[in-house]
Write a protein that binds this ligand. Structure first.
Ligand code: PLP
Length: 407
């Protein structure tokens, strides 16, 4: 049974006060809070079996390595990859995309080839591709979105050509909250022999994700957006594709043997895990996913849908508000402005009421520029938030508006 009161007690931070008011945490798209059992798992590693993985023969090292590889299995099952060899631990979404931009570029991109990114992407899914295109003398093309925040997929037939190597698209976008039509994009891309990278940073925690059935070629996400610590993330790639890519970084653990004449790389996935990895973070990511499985992803999805339906009906009714991102298909994100009020001022006053939101350009300048703005306020919720908190947000926006309009 999904009991919201019990769920909330699983997250110790939700009990704290900010400026004497109960915290209302609505900045989940930036990072999520951590359940007590994830925090306890980190303590367990350091108190019981901390030892560098894949190296020594000690009992500690064997336990730690076992926990690390078990976490890989949990991730593999969570996204329904075929094999743990397809699951590479990275430090986050950004690192995973940079890894791919280097390795994919080296293997598959030649001068004059094309990469497509969407206008609504986070900078992490734009800039690595710009860098790669500069290095390889390739062309970066952009799939635009309409004023609701839906991708103009009708342009794909023209945009994808025989020179296109890859299309990079978010599962859900971080400013507008749009859930992108991945089935259609994968189908159109694959018909033309184009590979697909899906950025799951805003999708994995809210949407059913099955990389095999969805036929994604590459999929990336960050642990900290799914109730795990910072500094850990995943690059999923189809085995036959990862096999073909050269390593990104060199160092320990990614080699079978090194000599000045010939260095032999490790098999997948270690080929892409140079140096001491964030094994504590990986183990904690496994724990976070186990917690979600214990709560039940279907329960989480249906609770979030109900909350999102409520919030997306309620927030637009605040006087003077404009919502940016009005697609039919959204995750729990409302980016908004109140006429005549600067986003940063609104964010500061809400904070004084104990309500944490995000303000600014949200690492998505092209999205903000689309609407000719300098920034927005973003409220983003998840399965530990409540309708009462959404009500408090709406009251808070109204109160803040009155205060700011008096000045
Ligand atoms: N992609 C999207 C859609 C995001 O929302 C974010 C973070 O907000 C990222 C990529 C980058 O994630 P990280 O900073 O964890 O690497």
């Amino acid at each position: 049974m999904f009991d919201i009161e019990t769920i909330r007690t699983d997250f110790p931070i939700l009990d704290r006060e900010i400026y004497g008011q109960k915290l209302i945490y609505l900045d989940n798209a930036a990072t999520t809070q951590k359940p007590a059992r994830v925090i306890a798992k980190i303590k367990e590693v350091y108190e019981m079996y901390n030892s560098n993985i894949h190296r020594s023969v000690s009992k500690l090292a064997a336990t730690c390595t076992g926990e690390y590889e078990n976490a890989r299995k949990i991730v593999c099952e969570f996204i329904n990859a075929k094999n743990t060899s397809e699951i590479v631990f990275t430090s986050g979404t950004t690192a995973a995309i940079n890894l791919l931009a280097f390795a994919f570029g080296e293997k598959f991109v030649n001068s004059g080839d094309e990469i497509v990114v969407c206008e609504s992407e986070h900078h992490s899914n734009i800039v690595p591709w710009q860098l790669m295109c500069e290095r390889k003398n390739a062309v970066l093309k952009v799939l635009p979105f309409d004023d609701r925040g839906d991708l103009k997929t009708e342009l794909l037939d023209e945009l994808l050509t025989e020179r296109t190597r890859l299309i990079c698209v978010a599962q859900a976008t971080n400013v507008l909250g749009t859930v992108n039509p991945l089935d259609l994009i994968v189908k159109k891309a694959h018909e033309k022999g184009v590979y697909v990278l899906v950025d799951g940073a805003q999708g994995i925690q809210h949407l059913k994700t099955d990389v095999t059935t969805s036929d994604f070629d590459f999929y990336v996400f960050s642990g900290h957006k799914i109730y795990a610590p910072t500094g850990i993330g995943i690059l999923y790639g189809k085995e036959n594709l990862l096999e073909q890519l050269p390593p990104w970084q060199g160092g320990g653990d990614m080699v079978k043997s090194v000599s000045f004449a010939k260095t032999r790389y490790s098999d997948l996935p270690l080929k892409f895990e140079a140096g001491t990895s964030n094994y504590v973070g990986a183990i904690a990511l496994g724990e976070a996913l186990s917690y979600l499985i214990y709560i039940g992803m279907e329960n989480i999805h249906s609770y979030e849908k109900n909350l999102t339906d409520y919030a997306l009906e309620k927030i637009p009714s605040v006087p003077g508000i404009t919502i940016y991102g009005t697609s039919e298909n959204k995750v729990g994100i409302a980016s908004f402005l109140i006429e005549g009020i600067h986003h940063a001022d609104m964010g500061e006053i809400l904070d004084k009421m104990g309500i944490a939101v995000r303000t600014g350009r949200m690492c998505a300048d092209p999205t903000v520029q689309h609407f000719d703005l300098t920034g927005l306020v973003r409220a983003s919720w998840t399965f530990y938030n409540t309708k009462q908190e959404i009500d408090k947000l709406c009251e808070g926006i109204e109160k803040a508006t009155k205060i700011l309009k008096q000045d």
